[in-house]
Structure formats: structure tokens, C-alpha cells
Ligand binder design. Sequence first.
Ligand code: ADP
Ligand code: NI
Length: 195
Amino acid sequence: MYEPVISAAIEYIKELFKDSSDGHDAKHSIRVFQNALMIAEDHPECDKTVISLAALLHDADDHKLFDTEDNRNARAFLERWQAGRAQTERICGIINSVSFSQNRGKVPETLEGMIVQDADRLDAMGAVGIARTFAFGGSHGRALESSLQHFYDKLLLLRDEMNTQKGREIAESRHLFMEEFLKEYSKETCGSESR
Ligand code: ADP
Ligand code: NI
């Protein structure tokens, strides 16, 4: 269904994340890949192979999970698939520009980078974003209210930092859903666990 290098990247990340249960797993990267392709439909000029590989590999060297330097896991895959030097640098450049915590306020330099960054941010929002946040908190031994704080530290800020029109549209409905969730949570706990 996908070109061979994309199918191989999917298999590669499934293996890489097989022990991960904190919301940074292969399924997250596959959703980011799918979000990115959806946004890319509005931008026929963009390089879909670069977008796909950057999306699939964007967490392959996340410092929270892997003790690698200089995108070693992503580079190992790209080398195996004989990606050229320029393409490898483009993909690694995008991967390094995606992270929210490491790039506060910085906009990626290329359209492909903007698309992958929006795609990753969308997966931090909405129902999946809520589920991932509590999975992350749980796997780090944190109480529910500590994960609630993450909504104010990051998740509710994302809507206003999207790069693309399609990203903004999807972010809007996911943002409203998170606000609804927080309202309901506060109601059910009589505000005792909110921040
Ligand atoms: P990025 O890779 O963009 O810097 P993170 O890896 O910090 O973003 O976060 C990815 C996801 O992990 C978040 O969207 C959230 O679901 C979860 N997460 C990260 N930090 C926390 C936290 N302190 N509490 C709860 N969830 C978190
Ligand atoms: Ni991610």
C-alpha cells in the first residue's frame, strides 16, 4: 500500500518502540504520519516522502526514550535505505524542529517541517492527547493532578501555535474538546483536583 521505504519505516518504529507504554509509541508516530499526509493534501508542492519519513521517525531519538545522539536511530534507518545525504539532512532537520519542549516559539524553516510539527501537535490534543497525557503521567508515577497541569503548561497553548490552515482547523475542535473535558473533570471533582 505504501512505497517500500515507508512500509519499512513503519516496521522499524514498531520494533524501536515495542517496550514503550507512555504515549510515545509507534502508534503515535503512525498517527503523526497520517495527520501529516492529510495536511499535505492542501500543499501539492511539498515533498511527501520527506514528510512521511520525518513524521514516522520524529521520536526515534527522543531523549526521553533513547540515549542516542545526532539522530542516530533515524540516521541508521535512512542509511540502510540509502537515502542521499541531502535528503537525510532535510529529514533530520525537520525531526529536530518538531519538539515542542525543545523549540518553544520557533517556527520550522520549511513547509515540510511546519506540516510535521502541526501533525505532531495535533496528536497531543483532543481525545488522544488526553489519553496520552494520563498514560505518560501514569508511567512516570505521577498523580492525576500533575498530568492536569500539563494541559496548562502545553496542551492548551498548541491551538494558537499551528502553522497551517488545516492544522488550525483540526486544532480548534480538539482544543474545544479538551476545554470541555477539563470543565467536566472539575465538576466531577468539585474543583478539588484542578490546578
Ligand atoms: P515534544 O516531544 O513535542 O517536546 P513531549 O515529548 O514533551 O513533547 O510530550 C509529548 C506528550 O507526552 C505530551 O503531549 C503529553 O501527552 C505527554 N507528556 C509530556 N510531558 C508530560 C507531563 N509532564 N505530564 C503529562 N504528560 C506529559
Ligand atoms: Ni511526537
